[in-house]
Design a protein around this ligand. Structure first.
Ligand SMILES: Nc1nc2c(ncn2[C@@H]2O[C@H](COP(=O)(O)OP(=O)(O)OP(=O)(O)O)[C@@H](O)[C@H]2O)c(=O)[nH]1
Ligand SMILES: [Mg+2]
Length: 360
């Protein structure tokens, strides 16, 4: 469960990383400041979790988190500074691509002009070219093996035949239509353009909150290019926001036309991009948000807390967190018959609050 920040040099990747993780990694106006990946934890802001404590008192509140890596920039030819950009991307489960939309004479752009569509396309093309090269090798090997009637090789060949035209059309593999077996095989082959990708448009203060013309062009491009969403934010303003508290914080938010810091929006978007949702547990010791893969069953969710809970799972008492805010207590939820008892086939829904019953 790990996301990587990618993009061209000097677009604000490390600034975003710092704003999301409260780290203090080096940020500078010259290109290729970051030469080694920075690794950090993003504690996901969650107003729903904070609100649980109004109804169920507990000693502490624990937020869900995920791992974020700030990667060195992509330079021409798919290289990072002294490292392979593509090998770095290989390591992460989801890609956060920062695109520079702001003007600032003091911050040099490696390509000499501001053009976010060109920049994101450069990243996308690198991923696509890498996948093409890998698949060519796969076809070579599988062709030989298929002659000997190797069933897996025959399957791989058919898969490559389906994947290669998509790449040749300069589309990422995530835009393809795959069944479960095909998906598993493409992941096994380490296809980079299959990884989910989110674009963070680093916009100018004047264009807050939704971005200007460049952001619109980027939106149109992402729609054509397939399977990417865009979050606009001003990393500069978000960095200032992160330094403020209380009234000053809220005043700046309001002045910028934001309901919540855009870094919160990005944190949630990345979490979803990774394929996760939350469930909650609440009690005297702690109120806690747990990350669980979308589509997980109740025993799998119990296993997130402790592997013993999965093994010894009996049943779960569950209600949606919205019911707590409406009815005010678990007792009232029971009386309203909103507390459900579910078995091992129950698929967790976003915002479920669970009490697991198990024996170990
Ligand atoms: N005006 C303006 N400057 C910004 C913004 N975001 C980042 N910068 C500046 O841009 C420069 C580069 O920021 P970094 O966060 O180091 O960018 P990076 O993408 O990590 O750069 P490399 O590691 O060199 O690839 C710094 O001088 C930042 O202060 C922004 O939203 N507006
Ligand atoms: Mg950097």
């Amino acid at each position: 469960m790990e996301a990587g920040i990618v993009g061209l040099s000097n677009v604000g990747k490390t600034s975003l990383f710092n704003a999301l993780t409260s780290a203090e990694a080096e940020v500078a106006e010259y290109p290729f400041t970051t030469t080694k990946p920075h690794v950090g934890e993003v504690i996901i802001p969650d107003p729903r979790l904070d609100r649980i404590s109004e109804f169920i008192t507990s000693e502490k509140t624990v937020h869900a988190h995920f791992k974020l890596v700030d990667l060195p920039a992509l330079a021409e030819g798919g290289e990072g500074m002294g490292r392979s950009f593509l090998a770095d991307v290989q390591m992460v489960d989801a890609i956060v691509c920062v695109a520079r939309c702001f003007d600032d004479e003091a911050v040099m752009h490696p390509a000499g002009s501001i053009n976010p569509v060109r920049d994101v396309e450069t990243v996308q093309v690198e991923l696509i070219l890498t996948d093409m090269a890998v698949l060519e090798g796969v076809v070579d090997r599988a062709t030989r093996a298929a002659r000997a009637h190797d069933e897996r090789a025959v399957f791989r060949l058919a898969l490559c035949e389906k994947a290669q035209p998509i790449l040749a059309d300069e589309k990422p593999l995530r835009a393809g239509d795959w069944d479960e077996r095909e998906l598993a095989e493409l992941i096994q082959l380490g296809m980079l353009s299959l990884k989910p990708m989110l674009i963070v448009a680093n916009i100018a203060e004047d264009n807050m909150p939704n971005g200007g013309e460049r952001t619109e062009e980027l939106r149109a491009w992402a729609e054509r290019a397939g399977g990417m969403s865009i979050v606009p934010l001003s990393i500069k303003v978000e960095s200032e926001l992160a330094q403020l508290e209380g009234e000053e914080h809220d005043e700046l938010l309001e002045a910028m036309g934001l309901a919540e810091p855009a870094t919160s929006v990005v944190a949630h978007a990345i979490f979803k991009l990774l394929g996760y949702q939350y469930f909650y547990t609440a009690g005297k010791k702690q109120n806690r948000a747990w990350p669980v893969r979308i589509g997980s069953t109740a025993p799998q969710a119990a296993g997130v807390i402790h592997t013993d809970f999965e093994r010894g799972f009996i049943r779960v008492e569950v209600y949606n967190i919205a019911d707590l805010f409406e009815f005010g207590s678990e007792k009232a939820i029971r009386e309203a018959r909103k507390m459900r008892v579910e078995g091992k086939h129950y698929v967790l829904q976003d915002g479920d609050l669970c009490h697991f019953l198990f024996n170990v």
